[in-house]
Design a protein around this ligand. Structure first.
Ligand code: TXA
Ligand code: MG
Length: 534
């Protein structure tokens, strides 16, 4: 049942609440899944509907600050905060009074109390005549609801109703502060900032878990700090740092996924051509970001994105701290600093077969670079590609175990340029994707320099991921000998192999640099010089 904010509808919703039902109500922060806080059975229904762990207590909502002392032991500090910030997005943790059932506080001897400023919420609570226990009205673990349609999406008709009060004014859940701890502790940042609270609580401490991952086994001051939160379905990464660096890093790491979605600041919306872009507020407007954040996360899910990047700022105060805190949970603390990422430089090495590219790769490794060999990746992927390749070249390229015999395949595939092209059509996209995935993992790890070696660096599109590209080449005779030795071929077969490939000119004209590998100390010196240019 969807209720409007008309007198009649609100009275009906309040009546359901007064009789043990569950109704989602709008507040200035997010929608809450409400029930009579004094009715343990009704409250049990909230835990069931949300799939909420029983050890995560609920907030008790009151319509008038004067009611505070009825449900909690109010202290002078609590009164001062109520005076300053209520009605509004601040929740206080205080000693619980016995009227509040244990299920509400998850067995703790404390209770969370808040007096929301949203006029509809207050009218409903007043009319119901009881305090209302209400967690955010989302299925546990998914983004909080800032519109009635989000609640309907999560619960459909599994609750008794939702009161549609339009989009929430603030968009992030209330600030939670514990007054039972010494010093008083900020457990969850929200629209009321730590700076505002410090005017009344000069000793305010910010709980570790606000911007840090709790080490295993460490006890959370607030049970809500340890549970998984706001998680979109897609694999999510937050990217901090300057806009241009972030765009470069995201556009590059986006390779290899089907549906990539970027949630970014308003000003950055044109920096991601070809990707699905959702904005969530101006880069310098954390209040707008707070309002837009949860809708953006839900929109990304609705797109069915399988990879999500969210532009973020690592705020350490203000309203932005609330935004950053929610984002850290949404991405499971998977954050990339684009400023650092920007430092990952990639050299792409290519050149025809037998040119000695792998010698360069070895030198790069000796010089402290991370290395990726496309040929190794190919060998690794080969079992997955077996069916496609056998369908193209016939089952006589398979050995007794049904695996591809590389030599038999080479004989067929490199017999002429057409056959080579047919093989490449199967292998290039798969290898390129896998190489790019490895590269983005290296970038995630903050690797400074990486070298990719690939015979098809250009054709596979991998050169686009490189800052610098290099062709390594050798004398024809040297190449012949290398191939004969390496692959156990006759001179004729080795010649055939070389002739089936693109001419040296092709490589040189598509790369930034070229280097003759004549196996001399000069080659090594020159190679080291190129690597050091990264
Ligand atoms: O803005 C809000 O606070 C929204 C709206 C609906 O009012 N409600 C909300 O509720 O966000 P919920 O349940 O999603 O988050 C309540 C947080 C949880 O992190 C919970 O662990 C913490 O408050 N909490 C509740 N009671 C507590 C207590 N006694 N001690 C410590 N933390 C408590
Ligand atoms: Mg919640």
């Amino acid at each position: 049942m969807i209720f409007s904010t008309s007198e009649k509808d609100i009275a009906a919703a309040a009546d359901i609440l007064a009789h043990g039902g569950i109704v989602a109500i709008p507040t200035e922060t997010v929608y809450g899944l409400g029930a009579d806080a004094l009715d343990a059975q009704a409250v049990a229904g909230i835990f069931r509907a949300k799939g909420r762990p029983a050890d995560n207590p609920l907030i008790v909502h009151i319509a008038d600050a004067e009611d505070l002392d009825k449900y909690a032991v109010a202290t002078p500090e609590a009164y001062r905060l109520a005076e300053a910030f209520w009605p509004g997005p601040l929740t206080m943790i205080l000693k619980k009074r016995d009227v509040i059932p244990d299920i509400v506080s998850a067995g703790l001897d404390t209770v969370a109390i808040r007096c929301p400023s949203d006029p509809t919420a207050r009218r409903i609570i007043r009319l119901a005549g009881v305090p209302i226990a209400a967690p955010s009205a989302n299925i546990s673990g998914s983004p909080s609801p800032t519109a009635a349609k989000h609640v309907i999406h999560d619960f459909a008709d599994r609750i008794d109703g939702v009161v549609d009060g339009g989009p929430c004014e603030r968009g992030v859940e209330s600030t939670v502060v514990s007054l039972v701890s010494d010093p008083p502790t900020l457990l969850r940042p929200g629209y009321i900032t730590p700076e505002q609270l410090r005017e009344y609580l000069p000793r305010l401490h910010i709980a570790q878990a606000v911007v840090r991952q709790l080490p295993d086994g460490e006890k959370a001051l607030s049970p809500g700090l340890k549970h998984k939160h706001y998680a979109p379905a897609a694999y999510t990464t937050c990217v901090t740092g300057p806009a241009e660096h972030a765009a470069r890093c995201i556009n590059r790491s986006a390779y290899g996924y089907r549906d990539i979605c970027v949630i970014c600041f308003d000003e950055e919306k044109d920096m991601y051509p070809g990707l699905t872009v959702i904005t969530y507020g101006g880069a310098d407007d954390p209040a707008a970001q707070a309002r837009g954040l949860f809708t953006a996360l839900r929109t990304a899910d609705a797109h069915g994105a399988d990879r999500l990047f969210v532009r973020a700022k690592a705020y350490d105060g203000g309203v932005g701290l609330a935004v950053y805190n929610r984002l850290l949970r949404a991405c499971g603390f998977n954050v990339i600093d684009a400023q650092k990422q920007h430092m990952t430089k990639v050299l792409g090495v290519t050149g025809p077969t037998g040119s000695g590219k792998s010698m360069l790769l070895q030198l790069a490794a000796e010089n402290g670079c991370a290395t990726i060999s496309a040929d190794e990746v190919y060998a690794y992927l080969l079992p997955e590609l077996t069916d496609d390749i056998a369908a193209e070249f016939g089952s006589d390229i398979l050995d007794r175990n049904g695996a591809i015999c590389r030599r038999a395949l080479a004989k067929k595939a490199f017999s002429c340029p057409e056959a080579t092209a047919r093989l490449c059509q199967i292998t290039h996209p798969a290898v390129a994707q896998a190489v790019k995935e490895r590269l983005s993992r290296l970038q995630d790890e903050g690797t400074e320099r990486a070298v990719i070696e690939a015979i098809a660096l250009v054709e596979s599109g991998l050169s686009a991921a490189c800052d610098l590209t290099l062709t390594v080449y050798s004398e024809y005779e040297v190449r012949l000998r290398r191939i004969m030795n390496r692959d156990g071929l006759t001179r004729e077969q080795a010649k055939e192999r070389i002739d089936a490939q693109k001419p040296l000119d092709y490589f040189i004209s598509h790369t930034d640099l070229a280097l003759l590998n004549d196996d001399t100390p000069q080659f090594k010196t020159e190679a080291a010089r190129i690597i050091s240019r990264l």
